[in-house]
Design a protein around this ligand. Structure first.
Ligand code: HEM
Length: 231
């Protein structure tokens, strides 16, 4: 189908080119915009209990995706023994639920704290909606389309490798259920949108958000809300 070709044979390339070109361009033009513009100093308690589970959850889940992509045979070998397959699937699902819970709390905090809401941009809200679609669809895929780790290794991984080698073979993904297609397409839309948003902070290494001591951040732009005023 033409739409499958556009979604799985063209979109990934458009997304990767946008990601690379705009990321490099933004870094060269305004290095200091590579930040998540932390709102930690506006409200810290709820921030901690949402941000930390979300970040650990998403890093672990994406690490799992990376292993499935790079070492599909190792995953299939591991999954050949039933208890190991259950263990891997249960771990993935739990990490997915941790990520969703953290993200929902992040959004609730942003909606419920007027100070944090005032410093949120349209791009922030778009990112949150896309991230929610991504992690919720991932958990639903894991729940409704069982043994995803095995079929990721035998269909998603070869499809991704076909993209890497510039010979896209959409026959691996075209027959997949709609929910899985939504999960994949939204991932590439997210990748395309990434360099325009606060998500670029992921690329600034070392990234110490997860273990650094609380810090005081003073923004030198925007209105009184941005400077912590308007109490
Ligand atoms: C922005 C990128 C992505 C994010 C944030 C993301 C997030 C998630 C989450 C939270 C889960 C549920 C936890 C789990 O079972 O591991 C999941 C599962 C899954 N994702 Fe993704 N995903 C992304 C990209 C992709 C892509 C590009 C593919 C396929 C090419 C994919 C295929 C899958 C599959 C097959 C599962 C089910 C795994 C299982 O049942 O064990 N994901 N994803």
């Amino acid at each position: 189908m033409v739409s499958d070709f556009v979604l799985f044979g063209v979109l990934p390339y458009v997304a990767m080119v946008l990601f690379l070109v705009v990321t490099v361009q933004r870094y060269r033009q305004s290095k200091f915009s590579y930040s998540s513009l932390s709102s930690q100093f506006l409200e810290n308690k709820q921030h901690f209990w949402s941000s930390v589970p979300f970040h650990y959850g998403i890093l672990a889940v994406l690490g799992g995706h990376l292993v499935g992509f790079l070492l599909p045979d190792a995953i299939l070998g591991w999954n050949a023994v039933p208890w190991r397959l259950f263990l891997l699937e249960a771990t993935g699902l739990s990490l997915g639920l941790l990520t969703v819970a953290g993200l929902v709390m992040i959004v609730v905090r942003r909606l419920s704290s007027s100070r944090v809401r005032r410093v949120s941009t349209i791009a922030d809200w778009i990112v949150y909606v896309m991230l929610l679609i991504q992690v919720v669809s991932g958990v639903l895929v894991a729940y409704f389309h069982g043994w995803g780790s095995s079929w990721f290794a035998s269909s998603a991984s070869p499809w991704l490798w076909s993209l890497v080698t510039l010979s896209p073979d959409i026959s691996y993904v075209a027959p997949l259920p709609l929910l899985v297609k939504l999960h994949i397409v939204n991932a590439f839309v997210l990748i395309a949108f990434f360099p325009f948003t606060r998500l670029v902070h992921v690329l600034v290494i070392p990234n110490m958000y997860l273990w650094r001591k609380p810090q005081v951040v003073i923004w030198n732009r925007g209105g009184p809300a941005a400077r912590g005023g308007g109490r």
